[in-house]
Design a protein. Structure first.
Ligand SMILES: [Zn+2]
Lengths: 394, 135
């Protein structure tokens, strides 16, 4: 395998974007990544599009073919990669494999989702379609419902409190205020979302114990990276950030079939694979983007990835270790909680944020002296997970 | 959803029939003809008693389309006395507070109706156990 460099990154602000179609958004993000790479001619060999549900959300399929046409990249190879909420991460992995194997030299990976074209309950239904149709979906199970049952077990087992959950939301929304691409630009307080007698009006229950501010918003958006070989990247005069480690693991489709439903096995295994490949350990990471679709997940993942031992993630959070100025900043972008979670975009947006951080281009939310980054893209309810280690080369 | 799909699933949904692996004795639900434990062929039908206890639960306030009329409703992980866990709605709760470990039993109830003229889908739900069956 040859080294793979992220030579260009681009995004569009995540928000409700009524004026843009899905393909418009993919094209804008892709264009931004190509511009960022300062690639002279646009001789792109292949385009991978991470997208979960364009059929159900937008009544459009084969969006990768539409995108190459939109960007005038024919005859580049093109395909859409669907892997639920990890569609973006899977698209990155496929692009990585294309370049690492020597089959392609320049690959554009774009992730995007346009969720706000349907009403709220319909969006909840589309996302719920990834659950087991006979064992979960038909009983009215939603992703917040699975996360709610997981949260209850995790709180009970490890002493995680409502305050801890709120701390994730408060931290990530604070970070989001420093990220012009973040959907949610609003400071929240412990009083406003939890302790005030009226807090239940500001943050109503979605699926108890999870409240509104424990859940990521429903967003439109897209993100893109351009990846290539070291040789080509060196000619582009951009800082060199390599994809040093890639991991992917699966778990049972349903939560009910896990012998310990609080154990995120696919997170553990995919992370170990990525660290092993990169020759790094969790303690070597300077900045991490985790998949906080629900506040509990940032805490649980920080433990399963190996940053903190089991049951210690909430304390590290409360001690400020995961703030931008802490020992291990987690989700300086605002995470899914504040940046938003246009499903297929997320895994790519995480890589975009890491590249900005490792290049020192993250503006007000810049983590100091970061040269090793980690991202985790959590598919299903933990049944298909991708992990990446990125490294700034000297 | 397709009528054929609901017809095909009637055994597992009305009678809680799963499978047991003849090789490693794992009890399987939902049935899939292949043992998730040992990857061997597993087609022996197994009727679960329908008794179990609440392992975890949540009350859903933001329901997906098709379930809005039922909201809020409570979904639980139910650990069956035979071992496997399944996911289902709790029903007939009355004023009783839900607790982890609460004994429950299976009943057949309407799961959803797809509009005024649409199909009614029935299946299992769990209610607090009426009689403490001897186990
Ligand atoms: Zn078996």
């Amino acid at each position: 395998m040859r080294p793979v460099v992220v030579a260009g990154v681009g995004m569009i602000p995540f928000e409700r974007r009524d004026e843009d179609s899905l393909v418009d958004m993919l094209a804008m993000a892709g264009w931004n990544a190509m511009e960022d790479a300062q690639l002279g001619d646009r001789s792109i060999d292949a385009v991978y599009v991470g997208n979960m549900a364009s059929g159900l959300f937008n009544h459009q399929e084969s969006v990768a073919s539409a995108l190459v046409d939109r960007l005038g990249l024919m005859p580049a190879a093109a395909e859409r990669i669907e892997n639920g909420p990890a569609s973006g991460g899977s698209a990155v992995k496929n692009g990585f494999l294309g370049v690492a194997s020597g089959f392609y030299d320049i690959v554009l990976v774009v992730g995007g989702e346009k969720m706000r074209e349907v009403i709220g309950p319909k969006a909840t239904d589309v996302v719920a379609c990834m659950t087991h149709p006979q064992a979960e979906y038909i009983y009215g199970v939603t992703l917040p419902a699975l996360a709610g049952m997981f949260t209850r077990l995790y709180m009970e087992k490890y002493g995680v409190t409502h305050e801890h959950l709120a701390m994730v939301a408060i931290k990530n929304q604070e970070n989001g205020l420093l990220n012009p691409y973040a959907h949610i630009q609003m400071k929240i307080t412990m009083e406003g979302i939890l302790t005030h007698p009226q807090a239940h009006i500001n943050s109503p229950i979605v699926a108890d114990p999870l409240r509104l501010y424990d859940c990521c918003p429903v967003s439109d958006g897209a993100a893109a990276i351009l990846i290539t070989t070291e040789e080509i990247a060196q000619k582009l005069k951009r800082p060199i950030v390599t994809i040093a480690g890639v991991g992917q693991a699966t778990d049972t489709h349903t939560l009910q079939e896990r012998s310990d439903p609080t154990d995120l096995r696919a997170v553990r295994i995919s992370s170990q694979q990525a660290f092993k490949m990169a020759g790094l350990k969790p303690k070597d990471i300077h900045v991490a983007e985790l998949h906080d679709a629900f506040t509990i997940l940032e805490i649980a993942e920080s433990e399963h990835v190996g940053f903190f031992s089991k049951g210690k993630g909430a304390k590290a959070l409360a001690d400020g270790e995961t703030r931008i100025d802490g020992k291990l900043p987690i989700n300086p972008s605002g995470g899914l909680k504040a940046r938003g979670h246009p499903v297929g975009a997320t895994g790519v947006a995480q890589i975009v944020e890491l590249v900005w951080q490792l290049r020192g281009e993250a503006g007000e939310r810049q983590v100091k002296d970061a040269s090793n980054g980690f991202s985790l893209n959590f598919g299903g309810f933990g049944n298909n997970v991708l992990a990446f280690v990125l490294r700034r080369e000297a | 959803m397709e009528i054929s799909r609901h017809w095909r699933l009637k055994r597992q949904r009305y009678a809680l029939i799963g499978e047991v692996c003849p090789h490693c004795q794992k009890k399987i639900f939902p049935p899939r003809d292949i043992c998730p434990e040992c990857s061997e062929d597993a087609r022996t039908l197994y009727q679960f008693s329908g008794r179990g206890e609440v392992y975890s639960y949540t009350t859903v306030y933001q329901a997906p389309s098709g379930y809005e009329a039922n909201a809020p409703y409570t979904v639980a992980l139910v650990k069956l006395v035979e071992g496997p866990m399944l996911t289902a709605q709790l029903t007939d709760l009355g004023d009783e507070p839900i607790e982890v470990g609460m004994p429950v039993e299976m009943v057949t109830r309407k799961l959803r109706s797809d509009g005024e003229r649409g199909m009614l889908v029935y299946g299992y739900k769990f209610r607090p156990r009426l009689i403490e069956a001897s186990e």
